[in-house]
Ligand binder design. Structure first.
Ligand code: GLA
Length: 336
């Protein structure tokens, strides 16, 4: 098949015996990155378009146009589609937690609304979406508390989590259901994520996988911590997916804003880091079913302007012109 002028090997073919290779997309990038996406990737995730506030801005209003466009793109190009995300403390419309007078709803109202949302959304994409991030980011980063404070927790109590999985399973018994979180390789949070998922399994909750968001940088987390996290989650007998992989060239606390282009040195560090990480992922290919990047190429990443405004970042295997970077060649195991 002829794909533009590409001569490099295709990532999805290189890893066809290991795991799916995915990218987060949006209605702009399915056009601007179309050729790159269809050549290298065999799975996509909607970056924002399937989040609660985008799909369900008011109780009686669903807005499916953008999400449908992404589902159509997946169908037309034979790509797998991950659903992201059903229950989250962020990007969820305020009406969900309030009655007509702006007071908090009670537990049964909230759970009934949750059930209705999940049935509508999961039901709509039943033919298209094979795996859902059912619950996103409920673990507290610091301290001894297991769950982060949220309106979900305050109103419904901790079993809003198991309810979400049960409703998703009712809506599509075939879908693979994931718990998804960040800082997933930091030992303290890892142990809490493990404890949550273990308790869900012990209660017989339908959960099939752990999503490691993998918003990483050149320096953190360490390879040893990533390995330990993979081993620990895999010991639950579930499948693992990297769901939002990117590799910031800045350490978490680095606030510098002077870089207009990545230096050779940073590109080399990034290449070595990606090579080591993909080496590790290959080692665990039996338990890892998909590796999704949170974008596809350096022309578009949520890390531009975040967390430092006015700063660009270059987290992917392809540059701003969609050409392979040194990191691509090291992951592919060859020279450019
Ligand atoms: C979290 C969410 C994603 C996305 C990123 C930032 O990881 O799961 O949906 O919002 O933050 O882009």
């Amino acid at each position: 098949m002829i794909h533009g002028n590409r001569t490099e090997p295709s990532l999805k073919e290189l890893f066809s015996n290991q795991f799916l290779i995915g990218a987060a997309v949006n209605p702009v990038t399915i056009e601007s990155q179309r050729e790159l996406l269809t050549y290298h990737y065999n799975s996509i995730t909607a970056e924002n378009e399937m989040k609660f506030e985008r799909l369900h801005p008011a109780e009686d209003t669903y807005t499916f146009e953008d999400a449908d466009q992404i589902a159509d793109f997946a169908r037309q190009n034979g790509l797998k589609l991950r659903g992201h995300t059903l229950v989250w403390h962020n990007q969820t419309s305020a009406w969900m937690f309030e009655d007509q007078d702006g007071n908090r709803v009670d537990r049964s109202t909230l759970l009934e609304r949750m059930r209705s949302h999940i049935h509508t959304v999961v039901g709509r994409y039943k033919q298209d979406i094979y795996a859902w991030d059912v619950v996103n980011e409920v673990i507290a980063d610091e301290g001894d508390q297991l769950l982060r404070p949220s309106a979900w927790l305050e109103i419904a109590g901790p079993d809003f989590i198991s309810k979400a999985f049960e409703f998703a399973h009712e809506a599509d018994p075939e879908a693979l259901l994931f718990y998804n979180d960040y800082n997933e390789s930091h030992p303290h949070k890892r142990d809490k994520i493990y404890a949550l998922v273990k308790s869900l399994l012990e209660q017989g909750v339908p959960i099939h996988g752990v999503g490691l968001q993998a918003h990483w940088n050149l320096y953190d987390p360490s390879l040893d911590d990533i390995r330990a996290a993979i081993e620990k989650y895999a010991s639950l007998g579930l499948q693992l997916q990297l769901t939002e992989l990117d590799m910031s060239v800045f350490a978490f606390n680095d606030r510098r804003t002077d870089l207009l282009h990545p230096t050779e040195e940073l590109l080399e560090l990034q290449a070595a880091r990606y090579e080591a990480i993909f080496g590790l992922l290959r080692e665990y290919q039996e338990v890892i079913s998909s590796v999704t990047f949170w974008g596809a190429a350096d022309d578009y990443t949520w890390l531009n302007d975040f967390p430092v405004r006015g700063r660009k970042n270059w987290p992917f295997l392809f540059d701003e012109k969609h050409q392979p970077k040194p990191a691509f060649w090291r992951v592919a195991g060859g020279e450019g």
